[in-house]
Write a protein that binds this ligand. Structure first.
Ligand code: C2E
Ligand code: CA
Ligand code: CA
Length: 625
């Protein structure tokens, strides 16, 4: 019976031992009886050993074989035993979800016969690699069954000098999970748009090709205007839906932008990503004609500006877009994004709902703002703020009837900085609360002091910014300051702009009613610059209208301005309000206002804003003189 496997190894060893023994004994010249006996004994011993090991090994072998069989059956993978030409010697069909090779009659068939040219080519070259380099080779292939893409992984290793085993594993599910994870890592879950990571990769890639092809590309930074307000007032789920709708609208815009691009004969391959919050970025590639960018940006601004229904709710939005170009405005992703962002802020500054191209001065301005914002933080504690007072004068009597408190910032290096510049900055950086409170306290302290000194009591008006109006503790803060400074409420005035009120009218009405109930006078500042009608403002408890200086400037030469000023005075009076004209610099302006029944004026004609001690000589004489 021929020996196999382990048995043949043991047999070979046995023959070797016999040979050694025979050589050892036969090499002696005289072989004694004793020697012969010892020789026979050693042969006998060896034989016994062999017998023993043979019995054990057969058992072991049987067991091992069974174990291997069990393991083989349990493996979900398919196994092919192939020769060097790719012919199948044996195979095992796996227990896995999907087998690549059908289990029928594979033996003696070539891999070339049973699979596509492309896949068999992968197999043949792997076999060559495994045999010639005596190493394990790993490769993957894809096959589509009934429109379903299946992925397989093949691990091929050497089993004999010219034969290999290929383990074929179905990795479709693993691939699916991997793909899902990759998708999640590179997409925004709310809108399904690519996220920041994917977008940056794309821009980097596009920059490289723009460089090669000498073309331009545009990065657009889009931010929804007042999204926070919508989120806060209508709720987060409406906010989320608005973001989804915005993503869809933008996609529609760039889809239809293909036709725009066609006119300029250049594919612009637009892509959109969501950066987070209400910020979106749009990339336009291969730009030859810059006008295309403006057309797309304009389309986006218009589209977003259309009212939209979220459930039953009609929501109005607008957007501001900043645009940076490669290579003009930046040569890498970071610079392009930073500059597009700066341009977007500039678009917001220009009144929102528009787009702007980046210019170098934007960043310089932004850097200046940053420095100024930091300086502003120390300005209060360094006593750099001062209050100036500007008289409001009765047109009829020529007497000072009130004073407007105007803050001044004396910067240690830059000198005087206009409140028109730093008040918006203080609002943006959240410092307005502390600064505003300080101003109010100073003005009340001064007012109370003048009254105590015996000056005829006057209304001292303090400007309140839009952000301050939103402060929930505003009423309490005002009340506390009045008590603390002993300033009678009836001599305090508050000036508010129209825009501060109409942004959130219900909230404003509630706050204004509370302020009014303390006995404080309310003025509507810069009137005429907003878009609301007087009848709309009727429901607010306003005592005084201040006509913006823009209308006073040309009132003598511009008939339109003249007509408007007359109308405001008439309508304001009709609603029981007093009218103050701002920025009166010339005698002829005063005459026009007097002729049209304006109550009071404020302007350089009478006096510039001045520090408290310099304003005193202009105040009506103390009552007891
Ligand atoms: P505003 O409330 O409209 O203040 C009137 C501005 O017109 C003041 O500028 C004043 O100096 C200026 N002005 C007065 N008369 C004339 C004139 O005859 N001709 C011209 N050309 N200008 C005149 P100012 O002090 O630079 O303040 C600018 C703006 O900054 C103010 O406009 C107000 O909106 C804001 N502001 C000033 N002080 C405060 C403050 O204490 N708190 C807040 N929240 N805002 C303030
Ligand atoms: Ca004012
Ligand atoms: Ca004003």
């Amino acid at each position: 019976m021929p020996f196999h496997g382990l048995e043949s190894v043991i047999m070979t060893n046995f023959v070797k031992l016999l040979q050694q023994q025979i050589t050892k004994h036969l090499s002696k010249t005289d072989i004694s009886n004793k020697d012969l006996q010892a020789f026979l004994k050693s042969i006998n011993d060896t034989y016994k050993k062999l017998d023993h090991s043979l019995t054990l090994s057969a058992e072991e072998l049987f067991q091992t074989n069974q174990e291997i069989q069990a393991i083989f059956q349990a493996i979900p993978d398919q196994l092919l035993h192939l020769d060097k030409t790719g012919k199948i010697i044996t195979y095992k069909s796996g227990s896995g979800s999907h087998h690549y090779f059908s289990t029928e009659k594979l033996i003696n068939k070539s891999i070339v016969e049973i699979t596509s040219r492309e896949i068999s080519h992968q197999f043949i070259s792997a076999i060559e690699d495994v045999i010639s380099n005596r190493r394990t080779v790993l490769f993957e292939f894809v096959e589509i069954y009934n429109k379903k893409t299946c992925y397989y992984e093949v691990r091929m290793m050497l089993v004999k000098s010219d034969q290999v085993i290929a383990i074929i594993r179905d990795i479709s599910e693993k691939k699916l999970v991997e793909d899902q994870m990759a998708y999640m890592a590179y997409h925004d879950s709310l809108t399904g748009l690519p996220n920041n990571h994917l977008f940056r990769d794309r821009v980097t890639h596009c920059i490289a090709s723009a460089k090669r092809n000498n073309t331009k590309l545009a990065v657009m930074f889009l931010d929804l205007d007042r999204f926070k307000l919508i989120n806060d007032t209508l709720g987060h789920s409406t906010g989320d839906k608005l973001l989804q709708a915005t993503a869809e609208r933008l996609q529609n815009c760039i889809r239809s932008s293909d036709s725009i691009a066609l006119n300029s004969n250049a594919p612009i391959n637009p892509s959109i990503a969501r950066l987070g919050g209400d910020e979106f970025i749009i990339l336009l590639e291969s730009i030859v004609d810059i006008k295309v960018i403006s057309r797309i940006a304009e389309r986006m601004v218009n589209e977003i500006n259309q009212p939209i229904y979220i459930g039953q709710q009609e929501v109005f939005t607008s957007s501001s877009i900043g645009i940076a170009l490669y290579p003009d405005d930046g040569k890498d992703v970071d610079t392009l994004l930073k500059n597009a962002d700066a341009a977007m802020y500039y678009a917001k500054d220009q009144g929102r709902n528009n787009f702007q191209y980046y210019t170098q001065s934007m960043n310089e301005a932004a850097a200046q703002q940053l420095i100024l914002g930091n300086n502003l933080r120390k300005a209060l504690s360094n006593n750099e703020f001062h209050i100036y007072y500007q008289p409001q004068v009765s047109v009829i009597t020529g007497q000072v009837i009130g004073l407007e408190a105007l803050v001044r910032w004396q910067h240690p290096e830059k000198g005087f900085i206009s409140p028109a510049l730093f008040i918006p900055l203080a609002e943006e950086t959240g410092q307005i609360q502390a600064i505003g409170e300080w101003i109010l306290r100073q003005a009340c302290l001064q007012g109370a002091k003048w009254i105590k000194q015996g000056f005829k009591p006057l209304i001292i008006s303090v400007n309140l910014s839009a952000k301050q109006l939103r402060q929930s503790n505003l009423n309490k803060m005002i009340k506390n300051i009045l008590t603390e400074t002993e300033m009678p409420a009836r001599y305090l005035g508050i000036e508010l702009t129209e825009s501060a009120i109409i942004l959130e009218p219900d909230m404003a009405l509630d706050r204004l009613n509370k302020i009014k109930s303390l006995g404080i006078k309310l003025s509507l500042d810069d009137f005429g610059t907003g878009y609301s009608s007087l009848s709309y403002l009727k429901r607010f408890p306003i005592d005084t209208l201040k006509i913006d200086q823009a209308f006073i400037k040309d009132v003598k030469n511009d008939p339109e301005d003249a007509a408007l000023v007359k109308a405001i005075i008439a309508m304001g009076h009709g609603m029981g309000m007093d009218i103050i004209a701002e920025g009166v610099e010339l005698q002829e302006q005063l005459e026009f206002l007097g002729a049209n029944a304006c109550d009071a004026i404020q302007g350089y004609l009478f006096s510039k804003p001045l520090p408290a001690n310099e304003i005193e000589p202009l105040l009506p004489r103390p009552v007891f003189y």
